[in-house]
Each structure stands twice: as C-alpha cells, then as structure tokens.
Design a protein around this ligand. Sequence first.
Ligand SMILES: *[C@@H]1O[C@H](CO)[C@@H](O)[C@H](O)[C@H]1NC(C)=O
Ligand SMILES: *[C@@H]1O[C@H](CO)[C@@H](O)[C@H](O)[C@H]1NC(C)=O
Ligand SMILES: *[C@@H]1O[C@H](CO)[C@@H](O)[C@H](O)[C@H]1NC(C)=O
Ligand SMILES: *[C@@H]1O[C@H](CO)[C@@H](O)[C@H](O)[C@H]1NC(C)=O
Ligand SMILES: *[C@@H]1O[C@H](CO)[C@@H](O)[C@H](O)[C@H]1NC(C)=O
Length: 387
Amino acid sequence: MKLTSLLALAFSFGPIRASPSTTTTTTVIPSTPAAELSDVTWRSSAAGFDAPKVSPVNATTWDWWYFDAIQSPAPEGERASVVVTLYTAVPTAFHLLGAFASAGYTSLTLVETEVSWPNGTTEMFLFNATEATITVLGDSASGVWDAPIGTASFNGTPDLSSYRVELNSPYVSGSITLRSNAPAHYPCGPPVAGQNLQIAPHIGWANAIPGADAEVQLIVHGEELSFTGLGYHDKNWGDQNFASSVGAWYWGHGRLGAYTVVWFDFLTPQMDNYISAYVSRDNKVIACQCQGIQVRPYGENSAYPPLLSTGLPTGYNITIALPPDDGRIFAFSATGEHFISGGPGRHIYTRWSGSLKGNVDGEELTGEAIFEQFKLFNQTTIMWHGY
Ligand SMILES: *[C@@H]1O[C@H](CO)[C@@H](O)[C@H](O)[C@H]1NC(C)=O
Ligand SMILES: *[C@@H]1O[C@H](CO)[C@@H](O)[C@H](O)[C@H]1NC(C)=O
Ligand SMILES: *[C@@H]1O[C@H](CO)[C@@H](O)[C@H](O)[C@H]1NC(C)=O
Ligand SMILES: *[C@@H]1O[C@H](CO)[C@@H](O)[C@H](O)[C@H]1NC(C)=O
Ligand SMILES: *[C@@H]1O[C@H](CO)[C@@H](O)[C@H](O)[C@H]1NC(C)=O
C-alpha cells in the first residue's frame, strides 16, 4: 500500500445569487456559520431526498454531500479512485476539518477531493468556496460551490437516476458521471415519506445512489485521469458536534458479483450499536434494513471496538442476513488494497479502496469496494463504560 498526500491550493470569493423559481427551492449557504439554532430534518418527506437537511448551518451542526468512483475492471495491481465531499461544516461541528482550517481553509463551504492514481498514489485538493448554492428539484439536489478561480458542483436528476459532479479549477478539472443501477434508500427503508433518517442518534444518512456505473474524466495538474467503474453517492448530517455523536463507525459499499452492497455498523460514544444493510441486484432492492448485519475487523489489528491507538485492520468481515422470506446469508470480506485517506498512525479516519470476496448461494463472488472507519474511542472512555 502506498499513500502520499498533497495539499493543493484553495480559493476564495465571488458571490453569486440564484433566485428561487416556482418548481425549485434554492438555498444560498454562506462561508461562515449562522449565529442561530439550526432546523434539522429527521423524517423524510415525499420529495427532497437529497435536499439540505440542516438550515441554517451553525457552528455545531453539519451537512455534506459525498461522491465516489472506483476503477473497474482494473488491470492487475491497478485501482484508481476519486472521492469528492462537498461540506457545509466548520471544525467545531466536524473536528476533522480542523487540520484544513489550520492551513487557512476555514470556509464552511469547503470541497475536499481525493484522487487516487492507478498506482495507488493519492493526492488531495481543497476548494475554499465563498458560498454554496443548492437547488432542490424532485428528489435531487444540485449544488454549486463558488470560488473566484473555479467552481465545484454536482447536478442530480429529479428521480435520482444520475448525478454529475464537475470540478473546475486550475488543479483539478473535469467530471464524474454516475448512472444509478441501485435504488436509493434511507437507513431503515425505502425512499418514501415518513422514514426515520437517523443511522444513529444525531446522525442523518440518505443514500441517493448505492451503486452506479461511473465515468471519470479528470485533468489533475495537467495529467489525465480517466476511468470507468463503480460509483456511489450519499449524504450525512448532524445536529451536534460529530465527536459527541460517534464512538466508531464502519461504512462501505461495493460490488459482490452482480450484487450491490452497502454497510454501516456504528457505535455511539456510549457504546450503543446501530446498523444498516442494503443489498440490491439488477436495480432491484433485495434488502434494506437496520438489522441483520455485523461488520467486524479481521486480520491485523482486529480488536473490537477499535481504540484511537488500535492499528489498522487488514479489512472487515461482513455478514448480512437477508429477510426471512429470502433467508440467504451474505458472508463476505472487504480487504483494503490502497489507503485513499488517513492510513497508519493515530488517524481517527481511514478510507480504503479494495476488494470484496465472499460466498452467496454457494457461489464465490468478488468485486471492488470503497470503505472507511472512524475510531474516536480512547482507553479512558472504553474503561469508563466497562469494556
Ligand atoms: C446549532 O443548532 C442546534 C440545533 O438547533 C443547537 O442545538 C445548537 O445549540 C446550535 N449551535 C450553536 C453554536 O448555535
Ligand atoms: C477561506 O474562506 C474563508 C471564509 O470565506 C476565509 O476567511 C479564508 O481566508 C479563506 N482561506 C483561503 C486560504 O482563501
Ligand atoms: C503514480 O502515478 C502518478 C500519476 O501518474 C504519479 O504522479 C506518481 O508519481 C506515481 N507514483 C509512484 C510512486 O510512482
Ligand atoms: C474473515 O475473513 C477472512 C478473509 O476472507 C477469513 O480468512 C476469515 O476466516 C474470516 N473470519 C471470520 C471470523 O469469519
Ligand atoms: C480521550 O481521553 C482524553 C483524556 O485522556 C479526553 O480528554 C478525550 O476527550 C478522550 N477522547 C474521547 C473521544 O473520548
């Protein structure tokens, strides 16, 4: 595994106003937190699946849109990927932004792009936008993060069937196109009105595109990075400081043969466990449930729960028990091949690209994956709670 990191330039300034029309809702989010209480959405409506869920964003609330794509098929040893996260958050809400803020990238409307070349080398780019303009139409959202020398944007179709992310800066430019092949879902059910949006207390999750055919065409400091493969898009949000809500989380998505899988296995700081599992095939949902899944580290450093001081595991063993009318058990492992964020050391956060391998209906299946862990526990907190 290889990891190199490069912090490239950020931008500032250049407001743009968008006016609401009769069919759309437009929100302009400034680059500094509101000195107000936020309204936070925890129950779904009939539309607005991917809409902002925190309004206005203050110094302790947060809302972000996440996109990724991973090369597939990939010649032996290759694995390009790209991850774009468009934040509306400041470090007092999501403390991992603290490192960027210390380097001057303090905007609440920040965009983080991680580009992993086929050889595994990862580079990171930040866009320090002056504001974000988000337009909601049907279930989709379209957002533009503006800066004087560039923009980062995403544009969804109202039925969530496709998204296009566009980056336009001197350092990274081009597009990521996702054509969905796996229906959207909330933590415990389908994209209909009245669903609970919390994957765990204080943490919202809406997975607009659990799996997609991805097409990536980027120019990264003059060099072309183009590939096709597996794509994904979701969003998270919270009504309080992230570290007050999270002890550890394991999340990931991938392809296992013809199946699309998404997993979430979460511990609160008080060690309460919350889970969610999603399986689809041929654009049909097979399981979408917040029960019947376990994700545990395997191989090296497989201590559970992980402490901040625990080294990184080889990967995760994942077991999903499908609903009784199906009855199948999906048992597979996610194995890390490249660090695409974080890595060895006392990192709260690590993201891998890698592979899935497992057995379904007696058949050995494989595929590609992107997955992550947060670990915030330290010995003191674990002992305090008796573990
Ligand atoms: C932000 O809004 C949340 C939710 O209304 C509230 O609990 C919190 O106190 C607010 N934070 C600040 C810094 O105003
Ligand atoms: C980033 O944006 C914030 C908020 O607009 C601004 O205060 C800061 O100076 C900007 N940083 C850089 C490096 O442009
Ligand atoms: C990997 O590929 C990138 C893009 O071509 C290049 O910039 C980088 O130096 C390569 N890394 C290694 C370790 O060869
Ligand atoms: C976890 O996965 C690895 C790799 O597939 C496998 O060797 C191991 O037996 C699994 N462990 C358990 C407890 O299932
Ligand atoms: C870890 O322990 C220190 C005290 O040793 C404490 O200040 C800190 O808040 C703890 N971190 C977490 C995430 O519990």
